[in-house]
Design a protein around this ligand. Sequence first.
Ligand SMILES: [Zn+2]
Length: 254
Amino acid sequence: MSRFSVVPLGVGDAFSTRYYSSCLLLEAKGTKMLIDCPHPIRKIFKESTASLEEPVDVGDIDTVLLTHLHADHCSGVEGFAFFSFFVLKKKVHLVGAPVAVQDLWNKHLAAGMENVRIIDKEAKEGVVVTQRSFDDFFDFDPLSMTEPTKVGPFTIACRETIHHIPTTALKIWVDDKCLGYSADTAFDPGLIEWLEEADMIIHETNLGTHTPYEELMSLPEHIKEKMHLIHYPDFFEQEERELRLLVEGEKIVI
Ligand SMILES: [Zn+2]
């Protein structure tokens, strides 16, 4: 029997004062994959994995998967990659659908990671500039939008969601167990249908252009039974909600 687990490391939205931004730790067959990587990722790991048998840090993660490039989902990538590069002396294994992550370096990371200036009085103009590229920090594997992609023990299918920027929902299988994750999205009946086969569905809910809680409440019982909510607003309390709210640090075996 496979043992496929998920630990919500952050469950909040971009404006939360209660929670870390939404991100998930998946583990199967001794392999750990981080889904989205907000800042401050090492503090998030430390606090949200403190109650696990073995706390997790950057060096324990085999793969980082990004669903999209909003800061509350990817602002920790720079710190994660610098820690890997300078402290662990290794590259980050990064995966994602090209449509969702293609601007990661040029429009997000390059500003802080591309050029390193070191003051050197001997050098011309007093500084030495070292230029680094995406490939110095990352080993990247694209996720297909048309067929499942194998990443270690995980088999990953992607589907574009209804969001401000290109974003991918996920279905992730380990043997016969499947986790579905909506990522950020407006309510989308087609997405619910796509996620329906999963054994556990993690769905976002929030205000504005996100998915209203009431829409999820209107879904059939057999879907609601396996649904857990993430990216919820600070004012949501479990006692007042029928659908389950994910809790930071609470490991769930799928
Ligand atoms: Zn977003």
